[in-house]
Design a protein around this ligand. Sequence first.
Ligand code: ADP
Ligand code: MG
Length: 276
Amino acid sequence: VVRRLHTQNVRVLALANQKGGVGKTTTAINLGTALAAIGERVLIVDLDPQGNATTGLGIDRRSRRISTYDVMTGAARLVDAVIETAVPNLAVAPSTLDLLGVELEIASSRDRAHRLTQAIKSVSEPVTPDGHTGGFTYVLIDCPPSLNLLTINALTAADAVVVPLQCEFFALEGLSQLLKTVDQVRAALNPRLTIHGVVLTMYDPRNNLAGQVVADVRQFMGKKVYDTVIPRNVRVSEAPSHGKPVLLYDLKCAGAQAYLKLASEVIQRERSLCAA
Ligand code: ADP
Ligand code: MG
């Protein structure tokens, strides 16, 4: 196990983009798996009522006894929701459809934007006194496809945002809205929030437009765009139906290799942030 160079206990990254189908969940699962493979202890917090991250990690409906819904309402602690996955050092806090109603339930409470921030404090301790395993070094939050109160909770709890962008013609559409929301959260709720990086997903070299989209996004976001581009790869889209991250399903495929590269780039950026 690689020893961590960081001094903080836990790094919290939110996977956010209010567009659906851009690769948030796929990136949460596979970046999480890759980080676990290189020695981090990773918790994926499924904050999307659809629960695709939970399902994609092989957790069936019956096993989701305590979910992020219970955590958001304050009925349970985040450590109590944690389920270990088939990947060593990778756990998930599952979501259920109950999460659809949580916004209304907590809307009138004063701490409505800080529920997740509070909850995450419980998972960085090595092992809690009642024997729950914590010790997480990374928390990855899989956000819903909306800029709702759940996403605001994620941005408030996060150290940084990872923005997946699909390599398609409308990739940049909606990005300024997301960046504006990040600025607002930084100003009002979470001064430490930064953009960790933009990850281009589902790149298809046979699509003539894709190269232009990559160039446009790099022009617009500069160094914030990771060098690693995730290719469109059928193995990546097959893996969730087997309840496995692509790194377990087919480690050699281009998609799995790209997520390993992305993980090392993420760690590299963390080191330069820590050194700064
Ligand atoms: P989001 O969470 O942003 O809604 P998903 O991660 O669920 O997006 O991805 C949307 C769809 O695209 C899913 O069916 C997923 O399997 C597929 N997908 C994501 N990344 C890739 C990829 N690199 N290659 C092929 N299919 C992908
Ligand atoms: Mg998703």
